[in-house]
Design a protein around this ligand. Structure first.
Ligand SMILES: Nc1ncnc2c1ncn2[C@@H]1O[C@H](COP(=O)(O)OP(=O)(O)O)[C@@H](O)[C@H]1O
Ligand SMILES: [Mg+2]
Length: 230
């Protein structure tokens, strides 16, 4: 599974238009990631981490250059093809967990499978397996407001992983968590990376997270400053 290129950017540029000019958020980004990596984008606030993850996740388009993700050129995908790529192959984890508050833990994890049209019995098996990965099967009937932040982020991991995507993108996943929960979250993701071969790309500026990363790509002002393998 490892060794195959899963992400490749070529002179990737993202500009946002301002009142009378534009702002360059990503400035000629070139990097590749192989299947099975566990890699962090590290940089201060405003360095372009979220912008880059959004393009790789096919939530946004390059202004110039190219982003190839799982063989698809993000800039040329229709809205429908982007949605299909995300639904099938990419899991997302966000800083604020982004769980649906009126649904139970179980229903939140089930949601991506409904989008994929998975049958009821198969859904049940997959949701229970995903909740077991994050050790939250006993909270299946709770709602997001009834569990801790660390537990909510583990639900978000289960939701991202339930369809066994090839790529998981996590935007500052520990930014709202204390040290103990941050470590637990990273250990959980690392285990899924090792057991299932899922590729993980994080953004972070959390020192606690960095020791888990096998590769660290440092962003400064929308440019890659350093790219280290540990
Ligand atoms: N939709 C947008 N319109 C204008 N500027 C934006 C937009 N999104 C991000 N930016 C700018 O691009 C830069 C990078 O933002 P972002 O990718 O969110 O950085 P990070 O996630 O590293 O904090 C910031 O200066 C931000 O203000
Ligand atoms: Mg960000």
């Amino acid at each position: 599974m490892t060794g195959k290129i899963i992400i490749e950017t070529k002179s990737l540029v993202k500009q946002f238009s301002m009142a009378e000019s534009f702002f360059t958020a990503l400035d000629s980004i070139d990097f590749t990631m192989n299947e099975g990596e566990f890699t962090g984008l590290i940089g201060p606030s405003g360095s372009g981490k979220t912008t880059l993850l959004n393009i790789i996740g096919s939530l946004d388009k390059p202004s110039k250059g190219e982003a190839l993700v799982l063989g698809e050129s993000i800039g040329t995908l229709s809205a429908k093809a982007s949605a299909a790529l995300r639904n099938r192959s990419i899991g997302f984890i966000f800083q604020n967990f982004n769980l649906l508050p009126v649904y139970t833990v179980y229903e939140n994890v089930e949601f991506p499978l409904l989008l994929l049209g998975v049958e009821a019995e198969e859904r049940r098996v997959m949701v229970e397996e995903a909740l077991r990965w994050v050790d939250l099967l006993d909270k299946r009937n709770s709602r997001p407001g009834q569990i801790s932040g660390g537990q909510a982020q583990r639900v978000a991991i289960a939701r991202a992983m339930v369809k066994k995507p090839r790529l998981v993108l996590a935007d500052e996943p520990t930014a709202n968590l204390d040290a103990a929960n941050s470590h637990h979250i990273l250990q959980t993701m690392k285990k899924l990376n090792e057991d299932l071969g899922t590729t993980f790309l994080f953004s972070t500026h959390d020192e606690k997270v960095m020791t888990y990363l096998k590769r660290r790509i440092f962003l400064v002002d929308g440019k890659i400053d350093r790219d280290e393998r540990v």
